[in-house]
Structure formats: C-alpha cells, structure tokens
Design a protein around this ligand. Structure first.
Ligand SMILES: Nc1nc2c(c(=O)[nH]1)N[C@H]1C(S)=C(S)[C@@H](COP(=O)(O)O)O[C@H]1N2
Ligand SMILES: [Mo]
Length: 453
C-alpha cells in the first residue's frame, strides 16, 4: 500500500445470502466498516513500518524496540513445506466460488459461480473455476480410465481404438488459453435484474491454459473417413448421459482437443479429471468432462442436450437448436454489483471481454449509461477465444454513475444492449444472453445491478 488515502480498485464483496435484501445490506455495511478499518490500519502500518521519522520523535531514548516493528519483521517465519500443496492467504478466505441458493433442486445437478470480481488478469485459478455438473462430480482413477473412438458404422473409420491415459500422454500435445462459458451464463437476467453481483450474473465463465492432444491427431490414427464422417458424438463417464454432437469442421480446424492439463497441472476432478474435451468458442456443455467415448457419424445425433436443452425459445414460440457458438460479450468486474466505493477520486475500471468467434478487437466503456463511450485499454495478451482483460482510468465525482462495457470482436460483431437483444430474442430464453451489463454506482458508493430499458 503506497498511499493509504487512495482507495484501491480492489473492492470485493460476495454476499452469500444474495437473494435477501437485508442480507445484502448487512454485508455491504460490514464491507464499508471493514474497508474503513483497512484504510486506518494501512495508515498505522505506514507509520509503524516506514515512518521512521514519525516514530523516532515519540520513542523514548534507549528503547530497544525503537521502530516498534510488527512481529513478522522480528521473528522466525514458518518452515518450508508446512503445506505440500500451497493455499491462498487466510485473509483471502472470502474469495470462493459460490452456489446460488434456490437455483437448483439438488447440489449434484447444480452450478457454482467463479468470483470474477476478485480476479486479476485472464486466468482463473483452478480452485476457483466455475462448476457445472449434471449429476455430480467424480475423482476417476486415471489408470482405469479409457477413451474409445469408434464409428456409428464400421465403414466411417479404418480402426476403432481405445486409449489409456498413458498412451494419450505420449502423443504430440498443445497448450492453449481458452475461456469456457456455460450457455446459461447470465441466463437469470433475461426477464429482469435477478442477482446482485457479477459472480452471479457472469460467473459461469472461466479461463485456463489447457493441455492435451488435438482430436485430429487421434482421428488420423483411427483412419477416420473425413468425407463421410461429418459429425462427432462426445460422451462422458459420469451418470448424466451428457452427450453432444460436434460438427467435424471444428475438429478439422485443429482447435478441438482432448485435455488432461489445466494451468500447468492435471485437470481438477470438478473439471473432468482425467480427460475432458476442449471446444474453443463453443458453449460449456460441449466440453464433455470425464470423456470416455467419441463416435464419428454421418448425421447429427439430436441428443436430449441439444434438442430439448440448450435451445433458445424465440418470441414467436420457435425453438432454435444448435446455437452453440458463444457470441461476443463483456462485463466490468470492478466496480461491479455488491462492491462499495468509499470515496470520490481515481479508480481503475477493469473487466473481461471474450468472443467465441476469435479475438476481441475493441472494448468501449461508458460511465454515464451510454451517452459517452471511451475506448478501453486491452491488456496483452489478446488471444483467440480467450478472455481479454480491459482497463480504463476513471475519476468518480461522487454522483450517480452507470457503468457499462461494450465489446467488439475481430469479425466486427458488436455486443448488443439489453433492448437490442430482447428485440430479437424476447425475454423467455435461458441461454445465450450476451447483453451489455449495467452497474449503477449510487451516491453512497454502493454499486447495484440495474437494467436500462
Ligand atoms: N460429463 C459431463 N460433462 C459436462 C457436464 C456434465 O455434467 N457432465 N456439464 C457440461 C456443462 S453444461 C458445462 S457448462 C461445462 C462446465 O465445466 P466446468 O464444470 O469445468 O466449469 O461442462 C460440461 N461438460
Ligand atoms: Mo452449461
């Protein structure tokens, strides 16, 4: 902390009982209190640690503890290897993925949201990656796990193969950064404002460096007849019968891979250990976890998860199917709903932008509800089908402000406003809500989720 009077942009809050207005109020009060204490403590620390001149004046001559150093500057620290696997500081204990009470009837067929408001850069720490399970997660023994590749009929490939994990890990691999977003992300906001924080509005989104084998390499080994086998069915080893069809073009592009690695180590069990499909740009449901079987076929499979679920209900009652590419989208994560600005003055606005169609080209930010837009800085690296971090300098004058971000991708597609999206899609959908998000900063400094009509 260099200047304790300058509020840092990192204001964090994730009310657990977010559906209850009193609960939100209580947590906000607590946060304000805590924040004030924090600023005060920082002052004290600056005086104690660096303010030698200030303390020297008051210390009696001959006092051996003249600098009044904190304990951690005087004694021995902890031994190495007290934790074989490192954990975050105890002061970061409120940075957690959180389920949404009442959203699902069971805790197995459920979801937990990533705390986007507390994260920096573009990588989601593996322990904070959002979770979406249709029937609970498993920790599967990799020595027993197999991946089978077969055809819907024997003529679609020369040789069906079964791979062990050891066999897969011998093959040529790639490591790539990609976002994964559940198609239902922001799905609660179709009708009206429903949840208070960006953890709940946008937290079914994460980004990792995944490592694995391009599917094309495996299909080549099997001698797939690419002329006739135009579709792939992916199947997981959990009990959810979660199966999805992929068009073969995605495999031929070289982008789809079977991943065993995530952020430099093996996948986490919640993320599909020991093997999951990575389908860059495509909604999360196609990233089949605990991947045990791939079948090539000559027509789409029309499984329950693509005919009845993950479809878009249009205003006329029509259901759109196979809308699986995640369109360009962005969200400001600081300041965002549930956070509190304690004072006027400088803040860095910061957020995330992404597109399932390639790279983010540009992000504009407004602090007056869309009257004026300024281009944000895009932080390097900007990668295809990956989260991009954007920032913008802002001086808050203490008056109500409405903050929004609007992303554009390299195809020229521009993220729509809520009104524009509703004009095409209506309000009855669950999936694929990529509308511009609005955060209202009130005079009190409290930040709230709002929608502009
Ligand atoms: N086997 C299996 N794969 C699955 C699922 C599942 O329930 N079982 N859920 C899907 C859905 S809907 C999403 S959004 C992503 C979530 O991945 P994550 O839990 O790693 O965030 O996994 C997909 N793959
Ligand atoms: Mo999902």
């Amino acid at each position: 902390m260099t200047n304790p009077s300058l509020p840092s942009g990192r204001l964090r809050l994730a009310p657990e009982n977010f559906l209850n207005a009193d609960g939100v109020r209580a947590v906000i009060d607590e946060a304000k209190q805590g924040r004030r204490d924090f600023v005060r403590q920082a002052f004290a620390a600056a005086l104690a640690g660096g303010g030698v001149a200030a303390t020297a004046q008051t210390a009696p001559a001959g006092d051996p503890n003249i600098l009044n150093l904190p304990e951690h500057s005087q004694g021995l620290g902890q031994s190495v290897a007290s934790e074989g696997y490192g954990k975050p500081s105890k002061y970061e204990a409120n940075v957690q993925r959180r389920p949404s009470p009442g959203l699902t009837q069971t805790t197995q067929a459920s979801v937990s949201f990533a705390p986007l408001q507390s994260l920096f850069g573009i990588v989601t720490p593996s322990g904070l990656h959002f979770e979406r399970h249709h029937q609970g997660w498993w920790d599967i023994d990799p020595s027993k796990h197999r991946l089978m590749i077969n055809g819907s009929d024997d003529t679609l490939l020369k040789k069906p193969l079964v791979f062990t994990m050891d066999e897969l890990m011998r093959l040529p691999s790639v490591s790539r950064f990609h976002f994964i977003e559940c198609g239902a992300n922001t799905g609660m906001e179709w009708g009206n404002v429903a949840v208070p924080t960006c953890q709940y509005t946008h937290g079914m989104l994460s980004c990792s460096e995944f490592t694995g084998v391009p599917l094309r390499v495996l299909f080549d080994l099997c001698g797939v007849d690419y002329k006739r086998a135009r579709y792939v069915l992916a199947e997981g080893a959990d009990g959810s019968s979660m199966t999805r069809t992929l068009p073969m073009e995605l495999v031929e592009s070289g982008e789809v891979f079977v991943a065993y690695g995530q952020n430099g180590e093996m996948l986490r069990p919640e993320q599909g250990y020991p093997l999951r499909l990575v389908v860059p740009g495509v909604q999360g449901v196609s990233w089949v976890k605990y991947l045990r079987r791939l079948e090539v076929g000559d027509q789409p499979y029309g499984t329950k998860d693509e005919t009845v679920h993950y479809i878009d209900l249009m205003p006329g009652g029509l259901h759109r199917q196979y809308t699986s590419t995640q369109e360009c989208k962005s969200v400001v994560t600081t300041p965002s709903g549930g956070q509190v600005l304690l004072d006027k003055g400088y803040y860095q606005i910061s957020g995330l932008a992404w597109s399932g169609r390639g790279k983010v080209k540009r992000v504009d930010v407004t602090t007056d509800g869309g009257r004026n837009w300024r281009p944000a800085r895009l932080q390097d690296p900007v990668m295809s089908k990956c989260l991009t971090r954007f920032t913008l300098d802002w001086r808050w004058d203490g008056k109500p402000a409405i903050i929004q971000s609007r992303a554009m991708d390299e195809t020229g597609y521009v993220q729509p406003s809520t009104r524009q999206l509703r004009a095409v899609r209506g309000t009855r959908s669950i999936y694929h809500n990529n509308a511009i998000q609005s955060w209202l900063v009130e005079e009190s400094g409290e930040v709230r989720n709002v929608q502009l009509s």
